[in-house]
Design a protein around this ligand. Structure first.
Ligand code: GLN
Length: 281
């Protein structure tokens, strides 16, 4: 029997018979939704997976393309209102499949405009309401013209076990509010997060994550990147999936540390509203 090259004392698992592990990634509308280089998340994912010897099969799905039958990880980036208008109806129509995948613990990462459209709806500053796919129980409303956007570097404490402190950059008009069925992805320490009021950042449902953090996010947050790869592997391999043994991420950790300093220096420190369920202790 072959042994696991990362841990010679571990016998090979049945899925490792050919020596390879693989994950199936669906990249949604990455030709339309790609502000602040959110496509970098896919590049980082491929590079990190290669370090682990994991093959990444990517299906790019844009306007008019069918969804593949299965996925282990779904990615969607951010976009301005104009781009969101191009995809909203079709994405909402894919809601039943995406929600079934989320229930089945498919890993997901939806950024900013993509996060808003993975919620129930996004009402833009002109009052037009775009339907969402409903993966997250969140709603987003952009205040009327003249209101400031939420812009700047963000530092937030992730509520995903092991993902640690997150850094990223936000720029959004929409204010997102969590419904009873949504958990925050993180608690904001510096920056605005979902709405600049309640201290929450993003949303989380099972293995699906929605967030306002661009960066790109994954190159700067190696622990989150490893978490997503691990979740995708668990979906692909089932209960006998061997846990990912983290490899060092020396340069990414350096980039992370530098970005933490920048966010601390440049962005406002958040105090969640007193009595808020998400107030920092
Ligand atoms: N159009 C959305 C907003 O401004 C999302 C922006 C983005 O994805 N950067 O709220």
């Amino acid at each position: 029997m072959n042994s696991d090259p990362r841990n010679p004392s571990t016998p090979a698992l049945p899925h490792e018979g050919g020596g390879g592990r693989s994950i199936r990634v669906v990249s949604l509308y990455d030709d339309v939704m790609n502000v602040y280089a959110d496509r970098g998340n896919l590049i980082a994912l491929r590079a990190r997976a290669a370090e682990y010897g994991i093959e990444v099969e990517v299906t790019s799905v844009s306007v008019g393309d069918p969804l593949p039958a299965e996925a282990d990880l779904v990615l969607i980036g951010g976009g301005q209102d104009r781009e969101q208008r191009r995809i909203a109806q079709e994405l909402a129509g894919r809601g039943p499949v995406l929600r079934a995948w989320a229930e089945d613990d498919v890993a997901m990462l939806a950024i900013c405009g993509g996060f808003q459209l993975f919620g129930r709806f996004y009402r833009d500053s002109s009052g037009e309401e775009l339907p969402g796919a409903g993966v997250f129980d969140v709603t987003t409303v952009a205040p009327g013209p003249g209101w400031p956007r939420c812009i700047g570097d963000v530092l937030a404490a992730s509520l995903v076990p092991g993902a640690g402190e997150l850094v990223g950059f936000e720029n959004h008009a929409g204010r997102t509010y969590l419904g009873a069925g949504a958990q925050p992805f993180a608690i904001v320490e510096h920056g605005f997060g979902n709405n600049g009021e309640d201290g929450t950042e993003g949303a989380r449902y099972r293995e699906a994550i929605g967030t306002y953090l661009h960066g790109s996010l994954l190159p700067k947050n190696p622990a989150l990147l490893d978490h997503l790869i691990g979740a995708a592997l668990r979906h692909r391999e089932g209960d006998d999936s061997a846990p990912l043994v983290p490899l060092p991420a020396v340069f990414a950790e350096r980039a992370h540390a530098a970005a933490v300093q920048v966010a601390r220096r440049r962005s406002r420190r958040v105090q969640a509203a007193p009595g808020s369920a998400y107030a920092t202790p």
